[in-house]
Design a protein around this ligand. Sequence first.
Ligand code: COA
Length: 257
Amino acid sequence: MSTSLRIEDRGSHLLATLDRPEKRNAIDQELVDALHALCARLEVERRTLVLAGSGGDFAAGADIAQLRERRAPDALAGINTRCFQRIRALPMPVIAVLEGYALGGGAELAYAADIRIGTPTLQIGNPETGLGIIAAAGATWRLPQIVGDAVASEMLLTGRLLSAGEALTAGLVSAVLEPEAALARATEIAERIAKLDPAATQATKRTLLAPASAHPAIELQEQAVLFESDEKQRRMTAFLERRSRSTGAATEGKARR
Ligand code: COA
């Protein structure tokens, strides 16, 4: 078990906290391995994941001490890229709570989440070119999808970090809350998701992640499966019976008056 990734079962979700505060939660090979192990678990358990960082930061990037030693074959192996793609592809939603620094690979891990919540100290961006490399773990294609080409190009070409307010304006985070409230918001979201049909949630995530060329065929196929599900029948029948009960009660009430 990794000591740098703390995993807590919160019922509606797993809370995974990057826990290397003395290194600003920099993502080293041990953390990458722990994130893969977490993905393996969530690919089977199929639950919402909340990602956070300890010590006031999300993650200040890939571990530069390890990055400096990596050579061309390591780049081609896509050590962080494959890990973050696996997180992106998790069957259930991923929510990132972003405090303090979310830089480089830390920012890219955040871009792999479905929902991001910021805190007032957030500074997020990709300073990679200042270190002589590119942001190759998802930022060049994922960031433009989130914030649009103009903001993504400015961030990636200048290395400028966005403040919490700027990230909110850019749509990179959906809210900015004090740390405890941000974690509470993530929990509320996970609890809300837990009440929905997991098969429909997973189908929605798959269609959201599908390439443009897959639409509209993919949503029709997903819907065809759901239209045959017992859960759809149960949920829709429950809705209609609730309505007819309340309409019946209202009619009876009127008749008595
Ligand atoms: N990789 C490895 N170690 C890192 C790290 C990273 N990405 N980010 C921070 N650390 C380490 C520092 O080396 C330092 O370790 P030490 O105490 O053993 O020297 C420790 O974390 C604290 O960082 P420090 O720089 O002293 O804190 P700070 O508050 O002055 O600055 C940052 C914080 C995040 C601004 C600064 O650490 C930084 O610029 N980090 C690199 C960010 C980056 O370029 N990320 C992209 C990598 S792809």
